[in-house]
Write a protein that binds this ligand. Structure first.
Ligand code: SF4
Length: 364
C-alpha cells in the first residue's frame, strides 16, 4: 500500500488568541479526556487502517495542551494503524507556554522527532496584544529544552504585519528567531479572518495594520535575512536548512493524499475531501454512537484537482510541472515578469511571489 501523510487535529488551547480562526476551543475538564478517547477510537476504526504513514503531524489547537501521556496514547494508535515508513517525520506543534524539558523528553522518547513552536513574536507587547500565553523568554527556553530532549528538527512560526509593527520591530523579531538557529522558519503575514476578535477590532478601525507596501518590505527583509543566514527559501512562507523542509507540508503542496483524524480534521484520499465534525462535543457523541464523523464531503472533479495542484505547487521553489497548463497564460505571465520557465517546470519570480494567487488562477 502506498504510504500516506497523516494529520491529527487536537482542538484544545489554554485560551483563544485574538486573530485565530482555527478549529480550537478553550475547554477543560472531562471533554478533553473524552475527546482523546474518541480520537483513539476513530483511528482504530479507520477505513484506511494499514496504509503506512510517510509523515505524521499533530496540529491544532495546541497539541501540547494535552499531557504527554495523552499525546503518546494518540500517537501509539496512529502508529498501530499506520506503520511509519523508515525515517518517518513525526511532528507536534507546541506552544512555548505549555512545554518543558520533561514533556519534550517524554515526547521524544515516545516517537515524536520534530517540534514546531508557535512563537509568533519576540516582543512582549505584541505577544500580549495577540493573546498569546507565553513571553519571549519562554520561546528560547522551549527551543533549548527541545534540543536537550534530542529533537534535531525544530521549527519556529513567526507572524509579521502585526498591528502597529514597524520595520525595526519586525527586524528585531527576525534577528531573535534566527539567533536560535532552528532548522526551519515559517513566516506568515497576519490575515484578518471573519469570526475573530481582531476582525471586530478591524471593522471598528482599531487595528493599525501595516499597509501593502510595508508588508512587501517586511517580506523582502525576511527573504534577505534568511538567505544571509543560509536558509533555503523553499516555499513562499517557509525557509529551512538544507534537507530540513517540512516533509509533511511538502505532501500538501505537492497535492498528495492525506488522512485527517480528530475534530475538524480535513483529509483527502483519492478525489474525496472530507472534514470531520468540528466541535469536540459533536465529534465525541458521533464517535461513541458509531455515527458518521464528517460534516462536509466533497468529490473533487478534475478541474478542482488541477486548480488545487496549481495553487499549492506554484508556491514551491522546486516549481510546478507545466504539463497540461495553458501555454498562452504561461507566456503572458512570463512576459509580465511573474514566472520563469525552466525545462518543464514553472517558477515564481521574486516579484511573482507577491501575486501567487493571481498567477495560479491564470494558469489553472
Ligand atoms: S494557540 Fe494557535 S490554535 Fe490556539 S488559539 Fe492561539 S492561534 Fe489559535
Amino acid at each position: 500500500m502506498t504510504p500516506i501523510a497523516v494529520y491529527v487535529h487536537t482542538p484544545f488551547c489554554p485560551s483563544k488568541c485574538g486573530y485565530c480562526d482555527f478549529n480550537s476551543y478553550a475547554m477543560t475538564g472531562s471533554i478533553v479526556d473524552e475527546t482523546v478517547a474518541a480520537m483513539i477510537k476513530e483511528i482504530q476504526n479507520s477505513p484506511w487502517r494499514g496504509r503506512p504513514a510517510k509523515t505524521i503531524f499533530f496540529g491544532g489547537g495546541t497539541p501540547t495542551f494535552l499531557t504527554s501521556d495523552q499525546l503518546l496514547s494518540i500517537l501509539d494508535a496512529v502508529v498501530e494503524a499506520h506503520p511509519p515508513i523508515e525515517d518517518c517525520e513525526i511532528t507536534s506543534e507546541a506552544n512555548p507556554g505549555t512545554v518543558d524539558a520533561t514533556k519534550f523528553g517524554a515526547m521524544r522518547a515516545g516517537g515524536f522527532n520534530r517540534i514546531s513552536l508557535g512563537a509568533q513574536s519576540f516582543v512582549p507587547e505584541e505577544l500580549t496584544r495577540l493573546g498569546r500565553i507565553h513571553g519571549p523568554s519562554e520561546i528560547g527556553r522551549a527551543v533549548h529544552a527541545a534540543r536537550d530532549a534530542g529533537f534535531d528538527n525544530v521549527n519556529i512560526d513567526l507572524m509579521f504585519a502585526l498591528p502597529g509593527q514597524s520595520m525595526r520591530v519586525w527586524e528585531q523579531n527576525l534577528d531573535a528567531a534566527l539567533a536560535l538557529k532552528t532548522d526551519h522558519l515559517s513566516l506568515y503575514c497576519l490575515t484578518i479572518e471573519p469570526n475573530t476578535r481582531y476582525y471586530k477590532l478591524h471593522l471598528k478601525g482599531m487595528l493599525d495594520l501595516p499597509d501593502d507596501d510595508q508588508q512587501v518590505e517586511m517580506y523582502e527583509m525576511a527573504c534577505s535575512k534568511t538567505a544571509e543566514a543560509g536558509l533555503d527559501h523553499y516555499e513562499i512562507s517557509n525557509f529551512s536548512k538544507p534537507n530540513m523542509q517540512s516533509r509533511h507540508n511538502l505532501c500538501y503542496w505537492r497535492c498528495e493524499e492525506y488522512i485527517g483524524y480528530g475534530p475538524g480534521a480535513v483529509g483527502r484520499v483519492g478525489a474525496t475531501r472530507t472534514t470531520n465534525l468540528k466541535h469536540p462535543n459533536l465529534y465525541v457523541s458521533a464517535v461513541n454512537a458509531g455515527e458518521k464523523l464528517w460534516c462536509e464531503r466533497e468529490a473533487l472533479d478534475d478541474e478542482a484537482l488541477r486548480l488545487e495542484r496549481v495553487m499549492l505547487g506554484i508556491r514551491l521553489s522546486e516549481g510546478l510541472d507545466r504539463t497540461g497548463l495553458d501555454a498562452q497564460a504561461i507566456s503572458a505571465l512570463t512576459k509580465r515578469g511573474w514566472l520563469n520557465v525552466s525545462s518543464d517546470r514553472l517558477h515564481l519570480t521574486p516579484e511573482g511571489k507577491h501575486f501567487c494567487s493571481e498567477v495560479a488562477l491564470a494558469l489553472a
